[in-house]
Design a binder for this molecule. Structure first.
Ligand SMILES: [Zn+2]
Length: 127
């Protein structure tokens, strides 16, 4: 009986170590590919608000500018021209907007996770 348990533990330990090795190998294989793809093609910044006039980009026609290997979205041809007169400033504005949006989304996700955890804790207390 004891021998059987020890055997199972040994198999479990073996499976865990094989699994970890697999994960490590997968990460090593993916790592070198990342810089190649970012250098080859411009990265979409994905800003949804025009950095020049601060309006939401809703038009179906896309006005974009490629600056320092990144694609910035603009709302109109006029704003595209304005962007090009001071690209560094407007690029920074667009990226700040995207960062703010991502931060608020991350905060929302954290709030949702906390709410779920609380609900589970309550259930355990009742039982
Ligand atoms: Zn605009």
């Amino acid at each position: 009986m004891v021998k059987k348990v020890v055997g199972l533990v040994a198999i479990a330990a073996l499976l865990v170590s094989v699994g970890l090795a697999g994960v490590a190998m997968a990460q090593e294989a993916e790592a070198p590919a990342t810089p190649d793809t970012t250098e080859a093609a411009p990265v979409e910044v994905g800003n949804t608000v025009c950095p020049v006039c601060d309006t939401a980009i809703t038009g179906t026609e896309k006005y974009t500018v490629v600056q320092n290997g990144k694609i910035y979205n603009l709302c109109s041809e006029n704003c595209k021209e304005s962007f090009l007169t001071d690209p560094d400033t407007y690029a920074a504005l667009a990226e700040a907007q995207v960062a703010a949006l991502q931060a608020s989304q991350a905060a929302e996700e954290t709030a949702t996770t906390e709410a779920t955890t609380e609900a589970k804790t309550e259930k355990v207390d009742l039982e």
